[in-house]
Write a protein that binds this ligand. Structure first.
Ligand code: UDP
Length: 312
């Protein structure tokens, strides 16, 4: 049975990845320091003999006893409000955490998958974003701590590939949503759903004409698994190519929830990307992957989750 280390294993994506890996018979060692992860996301796995949880910050030296076949580095604050609150931890987990986990993979002769991000494209001048676009990132702005950490992480991963011959993969993840996002995560889908369910006003930052392309978590995880199992060593965008304005998203959420909430505007955070949409030609061609869940259906499933979570 392959044994897979997932850093950020108690987080939103990490816990769904753990489910998918265990579901196909792999063993999973989840590592998380629980700053943004939550044991509630993995509680259901503690009775599974193939599952181990280690509470640890991967920015410090990482060791896992026994054989390891793959290391999936998903640990990082990933919401703008989190990395604004934890700028140095965000820089550390993207840099030192990547170095430590690459070191673990090298020592174990394991495959390595880096969770990178559409944020490496910054506020993009190329639209939709193809993997060969180098991006437009402000290194000294508040988002720079995440963007530059992930750009460094990609460079470090490629250096391990070129210098040590490590078997690496890099995924650039675009806005993903679904069950297990934290109610206070701060990202637009969870904010709008929680606000709508509570009958509070939906907070649109700026004019709401900025765009994002929202991928439902099940689709994202299917894409990540396909990349892990492929031979593709260059970065691959995994995201949903259907682009919506933030205002359109607000309308969908209000409609699905059947909420009376009004819409209010708040200042646009600095360096907030104006438009974002993945070009997924590579994923389609190489992985034979594309998302299946439409925004409305995904929002319905996420609303169901939050309705339950908020009720307890
Ligand atoms: N946003 C918003 N209202 C909110 C939260 C976010 O209008 O309550 C906007 C934010 O300014 C950005 C978009 O929604 O333009 C997506 O924000 P999110 O934090 O989800 O992710 P990002 O893509 O910026 O990392």
């Amino acid at each position: 049975m392959p044994r897979v280390v997932v850093t950020g294993g108690a987080g939103f994506l990490g816990s769904h990845l753990a489910d998918a890996l265990l579901g196909r018979g792999d063993q999973v060692v989840a590592i998380d320091n629980l700053v943004t992860g939550d044991v509630a996301n993995i509680e259901h796995l503690f009775t599974n003999h193939g599952f181990t949880f280690i509470e640890h910050d991967v920015s410090s030296y990482v060791w896992v006893p026994g054989e390891v076949d793959a290391v999936l580095h998903f640990a990082s604050p990933a919401s703008p409000i989190d990395y604004l609150e934890m700028p140095i931890q965000t820089l550390k987990v993207g840099s030192l955490g990547t170095h430590n986990t690459l070191g673990l993979a090298k020592e174990k002769g394991a495959k390595y998958l880096l969770a990178s991000t559409s944020e490496v494209y910054g506020d993009p001048h190329v639209h939709p974003q193809t993997e060969d676009y180098w991006g437009n990132v402000n290194p000294v702005g508040p988002r720079g701590v995440y963007d530059e950490a992930k750009r460094f992480a990609e460079a470090m991963t490629m250096a391990y590939r070129r210098y040590h011959g490590l078997d690496t993969r890099i995924v650039r993840i675009f806005n993903t949503y679904g069950p297990r996002m934290r109610p206070g995560d701060g990202r637009v889908v969870s904010n709008f759903i929680v606000q709508a369910l509570r009958g509070e006003p939906l907070t649109i930052y700026g004019t709401g004409t900025q765009t994002r392309s929202f991928c439902f978590v099940d689709d994202e995880i299917r894409g990540l698994m396909a990349l892990l199992d492929s031979d593709e060593t260059d970065p691959v965008n995994i995201g949903n190519p259907h682009e919506f304005t933030v205002r359109e998203l607000a309308d969908v959420v209000i409609d699905v929830v059947g909420s009376e909430s009004e819409i209010v505007t708040r200042p646009l955070p600095p360096d907030d990307p104006t438009q974002r949409c993945p070009d997924i030609s590579r994923a389609r061609e190489i992985l034979r992957w594309e998302p299946k869940v439409q925004l409305r259906e995904g929002v319905e499933r996420t609303v169901e989750y939050f309705a339950k979570t908020l009720a307890v």
